[in-house]
Design a protein around this ligand. Structure first.
Ligand code: HEC
Length: 269
């Protein structure tokens, strides 16, 4: 058994030993009749069913504006605000965002190198292990170096810090990065990085970024073309991302935290 999976029966055994969990599992799954029937797969399915139902977050202006043919209704967006409509038009037009952030989740699920600054200790790549080669780590193909999957932009105003390594501390900054990736990489302000501080880790956080050669390699891999937008248009684009893609019922999820759990473990406030 692979090491990770070896823990599964042990986790299932803990639940099997708790009468309250056993009752909940019997109630939720028709194939579970006794404690011994509970497996880790049931646990994973229960968690994913909860996440899919509770955190779907699809009540956004964007969702209300999408018609059955997949096009956006200008009237619906305009009724929220003309700025949101202008932002959506830019996103799907002049700003070129939908070239990658397409479809109902604003992602084509493909991988691109967009010159995101590399911060943090790295993933074990490069001569000193501080690089993160991104998609190449999975594909083994050098031409995939520094490529990362286009992320969904649903609820994006709440998902900071932004970028695969959380390099940007504001949505504004990560959007501006897209408009001029190489300048943004070169002028990246490291003071915005939100990283845990510990002396041994702190020393590794900017090893890659402060190395001109490696910054050059990240720049050379870039596939994102700059776009020249006025300040007003950048404001409109951000309005679409923040207002248009936010389900306001999903901003504060504290109501989903139960008062207690059968294990008796304490819950964070
Ligand atoms: C060439 C494909 C491509 C285009 C075009 C593109 N993006 Fe991205 N975008 C990406 C990729 C890939 C990432 C993740 C990169 C990473 O983390 O290294 C990303 C990340 C983001 C993020 C950060 C999301 C998060 O949760 O961290 C935002 C916001 C974003 N893009 C908005 C935009 C906007 C707005 C536009 C249009 C101006 C745009 N993108 C155009 C590929 C693209």
């Amino acid at each position: 058994m692979r090491p990770l999976r070896a823990i599964w029966p042990q986790l299932a055994a803990r639940l099997q030993a708790n009468a309250d969990y056993v009752d909940l599992f019997i109630g939720a799954f028709s194939h579970i009749e006794t404690a011994a029937d509970i497996t880790f797969v049931d646990v994973a399915n229960a968690i994913s069913a909860f996440e899919a139902a509770a955190w779907r977050c699809t009540d956004t202006p964007f969702d209300r504006a999408v018609g059955s043919d997949g096009t956006l209704s200008a009237d619906v967006l305009d009724s929220i605000s003309p700025k949101v409509l202008r932002g959506a038009e830019l996103f799907y037009g002049e700003a070129g965002c939908a070239g990658c952030h397409s479809g109902p989740f604003q992602t084509n699920l493909e991988f691109y190198a967009i010159a995101m600054p590399q911060i943090g200790p790295g993933k074990g790549d490069g001569s000193d292990g501080h690089d993160d080669f991104g998609r190449e780590r999975v594909s083994g193909d050098e031409s995939d170096r520094y490529k990362f999957r286009t992320p969904s932009l649903r609820q994006v105003a709440q998902t900071g810090p932004w970028g695969h390594d959380g390099a940007y501390d504001t949505l504004q900054a990560v959007v501006r990065h897209h408009l001029d990736p190489l300048t943004s990489l070169e002028n990246y302000d490291t003071s915005q990085a939100r990283l845990p501080s510990r002396s041994d880790l702190d020393a590794k956080d900017f090893v890659v970024h402060s190395d001109a050669e490696r910054r050059g390699a990240i720049a050379a891999a870039n596939q994102l073309s700059p776009v020249d937008l006025t300040e007003e248009k950048i404001g409109d684009l951000i309005e679409f991302l923040t207002v248009g893609l936010t389900d306001s019922s999903c901003v504060d999820l504290r109501a989903d935290v139960p008062a207690s759990v059968p294990s008796g473990l304490p819950l964070a406030d």
